[in-house]
Design a binder for this molecule. Sequence first.
Ligand code: C5P
Length: 234
Amino acid sequence: MITSPIRCLVSAGPTREFFDPVRFLSNPSSGKTGFALAEAAAAIGWQVDLVSGPSALTAPSGVALHRVESGQEMLRAIEAHFDDCDILIMSAAVTDYRPRSYSESKLKKSSGVITVDLEPVPDILQTVAARKTRQIVVGFAAETGDIEKGALAKMRAKQCDFLVANRVDRAGVGFDADTNTVILFGPGDEMEKLGPADKSDLARILISRFARLIERQKTRGANSAAEPSPPLIL
Ligand code: C5P
């Protein structure tokens, strides 16, 4: 029997919100986590579309890379691929606010204070998760303070099946680092601490956890007299 590959949509990197041709708001995300996830997913035979904001990294082998700049462009690219995917992994560090206006010409430097009005960028994850059918949705959360409380609230608000939370209040982990420590929250209130580990090792572990849920859903779909499923062992 020929089965079609799992279709995986990953977002990565920061987004940039320009307010004149040479100035923008953004964050220090390198894209390493998203690129590592795309690579790990392709390595187990998944068909991967990677939507990335500006990043110096190159497309992992076998991955279709779609480069975008702003949050609006990322939203459009994710929406374009979402209906056909089996799993969305939203690891991009989307810049939350954008300037309300854009100046076609470079703003003159003045010696005084300038004010830039900001408005929220649409929440991509929340927008697409609201129309999910079979898709598994994975969110990320950079947290300070009480990780668990913040992550669980985010997971519910954004209708995620998994949420990968990481601390950003300690040196050497998180943004632009090669290693990370995360807590993975699963669909039945499971939680698992992973790391500290190299981002590519973490990516392989995370993809294996997501694959387990996809496998379980497939088995339940094939078995129409579905019995109550046991908790997913992370
Ligand atoms: O609310 P917060 O920004 O912490 O949520 C993080 C999660 O939401 C990440 O998965 C990120 O990719 C996603 N996100 C999004 N659109 C935004 C902001 C965050 O999809 N505008």
